[in-house]
Design a protein around this ligand. Sequence first.
Ligand SMILES: [Zn+2]
Length: 231
Amino acid sequence: MDTEQLYVEDSYLREFDAAVVRAGPRFVVLDRTAFYPEGGGQPTDHGTLEAGGEKHNVVKVMRRGQQIFHYLDGDIPEGTTVHGVIDWERRYGFMRLHSGEHLLTGLFEAAGSGPKVFSSFSQLDFKPSPLDEETMQGVRRRFDEIVDTDVPVRIYYVDRDQLDVGGDERKQSFLEKMPPDVERLRMVQIGEHALTFCMGTHVKRTGEIGRLRNLRLEPKKKRRKIVYFEL
Ligand SMILES: [Zn+2]
């Protein structure tokens, strides 16, 4: 039985009820879950599953095919009804950083600073790129302006064969790695500033991301660059 992914439609859902449809030593698969499994650059959620007055810690969540496995510090038998609670402070921090990374990427793309090859919650790696301090300052100013104007983050779906990544190598390689059965892509759009496909969890408005506390450029060999950021 597939796990219904409640976080896809509502990334603000913190608690839910579900049934255990598969169980093993220190893991369960649920019929539905709000726990985000690690993937797409976003780490696993933590939290608890409560069953019959007993609370178990969820220490790791992973997706295998269409099922989502919750790894626990104890056992819960198949057929049990559980109440799940997400560690919200952890998740909300990831949502802010991840949404901030989309916005930063969009702003660097708009500044023509060359394709990114790797990104995480704290850094963006660029291939040989003309990126300089002046561009950095411009991106930093734009980022904070967009945070202050509280732009909505829009989620919508497109058919895979209708998506045009416009020669962006990084998006093209993501697209190629996606399983062939994924026919519809979930798009994340931040005003005019950022657009990409992503299955992760995002905040609803840029005001929630918060201003940049730090944005720092580190030149590497052969004109490669790393940009570090903090919110
Ligand atoms: Zn995303």
